[in-house]
Design a protein around this ligand. Structure first.
Ligand SMILES: NC(=O)c1ccc[n+]([C@@H]2O[C@H](COP(=O)([O-])OP(=O)(O)OC[C@H]3O[C@@H](n4cnc5c(N)ncnc54)[C@H](O)[C@@H]3O)[C@@H](O)[C@H]2O)c1
Length: 384
C-alpha cells in the first residue's frame, strides 16, 4: 500500500517528540516540516532525514503530496492551521488545546464533519496502559457509579521570575495559561476514565508571579538554557488554578494545577471513587494502578500485555515487567490514529476510539467555563 505522507508544523519541543514517534509507525513517512524559525525546521529535517523544509505553515499545507498535517505550533495558530488543513483536504492531528476558545473549536468540529476529515488531538496521558485499564474496568462496570474524584497536575518550570514562555502571553496562549495547558489534559483524563462529562465548574485562576523577567533572546519551552538579556513584563495569565467540578451524573470533585510548585516536574494524579471500588493513578509512578476496596485488601495492578483487559493489552506493548513511558503513550495514540486512517483509506471499518476534535472541543468548553467562572465568582455550566 502507498505510504501515508505527513507534514509537521512547529519543530519545537513537542514537534520533535511527534517526529520521533512517527518513525515508529509502519507505513507513515514524514515528508516535510515547517517552523516560523526556519533554522529549527532545517535542524529537525537534517537530524531525521526529512526531505522538504517549508518556511511557513501555508506553504506546507499547500503541498499536494501531503496527506496528514501534525499541528505542533503554539496555541494562537492552532485554529487557523487546522482550518486550512481541513479545507485543503488533509487529515489533521493537532496539539492541544484545540484552539483559543470553544467558538473556534466548535467551528473546527463542524468543518471536519463536512469534509470527512479524520482528526485527532494529542491527549497523550490517557494512553498510559493502566489509564486505559482503569477506563476499561469502569466501562465494564467494576467501578460502579462514580461518586467523587480529585487530582492535580503540578509542575515547577515557571518557578523562577526569570522563567518565561509564550504560554504566559495571551496573544499566543489565549485567555488562560495553566488551566488550558495542563488542565485540558487532566479534564480529558477524568472524563475518559469515568466515561462522564464535566457539567459545571467553579474556578479560581491566580497569577502567583505577576511580574517576570522575560528573556529577550528566546529559549524554547522547558529549556534550561540561560538567556543573555531580560526585560520586565507583567503577567496576567494564570500560573495556578483550582476547580470544583460536577460531573453529569452529579459526582463531585476538585482539581488543582500549578506551574510554580518547586520540585513537582510532571506530577499528575487522578483518584476516582465509585460505588463499587476506587482507582488512583499517578504519573510519578505511571505503570501502576491502585485499586481500592472497602471490604477486602487493596490492589496494585501493574501494566501488562497479558493481564490487562483484552482491549487494552495492545497499549502495554512490551513484555510484562518492562515499563512503558511518555514516548510510548504518544506512540499508542498515533498507532490508534494511523490504524483508523489506514482503515479509512481502504474503506474498512475500524472500531477504536481516540481523542479527536470533538474531544478537543469538549475541553475548550470546560476551559471557557472555568475562565467565565473565575470572572463571575460563581458556578458556571459547561456550554457545549
Ligand atoms: N500533548 C502534550 O503532552 C504537549 C506537550 C507540550 C506541548 N504541547 C502543545 O504543543 C504546542 C507547542 O508547544 P511546545 O512546547 O512544543 O512549544 P515550543 O515553543 O517548544 O515550540 C513551538 C514551535 O512552533 C514554532 N512556531 C511558532 N509560531 C509558528 C507559526 N505561526 N507557524 C509555524 N511554527 C510556529 C516555534 O518557532 C517553535 O519552534 C502547544 O500548543 C502546546 O500546548 C502538548
Amino acid at each position: 500500500m502507498k505510504s501515508i505522507k505527513v507534514g509537521l508544523i512547529g519543530t519545537g519541543y513537542i514537534g520533535l517528540v511527534h517526529l520521533e514517534m512517527l518513525r515508529r509507525i509502519v507505513g507513515v513517512e514524514v515528508l516535510a516540516v515547517a517552523d516560523k524559525n526556519r533554522e529549527l525546521a532545517i535542524r529537525a529535517a537534517e537530524k531525521l532525514k526529512i526531505p522538504k523544509v517549508y518556511a511557513g505553515a501555508d506553504e506546507l499545507v499547500g503541498d499536494r503530496e501531503i496527506d496528514v498535517i501534525h499541528n505542533c505550533a503554539p496555541n494562537y495558530v492552532h485554529f487557523e492551521i487546522n482550518r486550512r488543513a481541513i479545507l485543503a483536504g488533509k487529515e489533521v492531528l493537532s496539539e492541544k488545546p484545540l484552539s483559543l476558545n470553544s467558538r473556534e473549536s466548535a467551528e473546527l468540529v463542524e468543518l471536519a464533519k463536512t469534509h470527512n476529515t479524520l482528526t485527532a488531538i494529542n491527549f497523550c496521558y490517557r494512553y498510559y496502559p493502566v489509564v486505559q485499564e482503569a477506563a476499561a474496568r469502569a466501562r465494564r462496570g467494576d467501578l460502579g457509579e462514580v461518586r467523587a474524584f480529585l487530582g492535580h497536575f503540578l509542575q515547577d518550570w515557571l518557578f523562577f521570575k526569570t522563567d518565561y514562555s509564550w504560554r504566559l502571553d495571551p496573544e499566543i496562549a489565549g485567555g488562560a495559561n495553566v488551566i488550558a495547558d495542563l488542565g485540558s489534559h487532566w479534564c480529558d483524563l477524568v472524563q475518559f476514565v469515568t466515561g462522564r462529562k464535566i457539567a459545571e465548574v467553579m474556578a479560581e485562576l491566580h497569577t502567583c508571579l505577576p511580574k517576570r523577567r522575560k528573556p529577550t533572546t528566546g529559549p524554547l519551552s522547558f529549556s534550561s538554557q540561560k538567556a543573555a538579556d531580560y526585560e520586565d513584563v507583567e503577567v496576567k495569565l494564570d500560573d495556578y488554578a483550582a476547580l470544583f467540578i460536577r460531573l453529569d451524573n452529579g459526582a463531585r470533585g476538585n482539581f488543582t494545577t500549578c506551574q510554580v510548585a518547586a520540585g513537582r516536574k510532571v506530577d499528575i494524579e487522578l483518584q476516582v471513587f465509585g460505588s463499587k471500588e476506587s482507582y488512583a493513578w499517578s504519573h510519578v509512578h505511571p505503570n501502576a494502578l491502585w485499586i481500592g476496596h472497602r471490604d477486602r485488601g487493596n490492589e496494585i495492578f501493574y501494566e501488562s500485555s497479558q493481564l490487562q483487559a483484552e482491549e487494552t493489552q495492545k497499549y502495554a506493548a512490551l513484555p510484562t515487567g518492562h515499563p512503558m513511558g511518555y514516548h510510548d503513550a504518544i506512540y499508542n495514540l498515533f498507532r490508534d490514529y494511523y490504524g483508523a486512517l489506514a482503515a479509512k483509506r481502504e474503506d474498512r471499518p475500524y472500531n477504536v476510539h481516540f481523542p479527536d476534535f470533538e474531544t478537543g472541543h469538549e475541553e475548550m468548553c470546560v476551559i471557557d467555563a472555568a475562565v467565565e467562572s473565575n470572572k463571575l465568582g460563581r458556578w458556571v455550566k459547561v456550554q457545549r
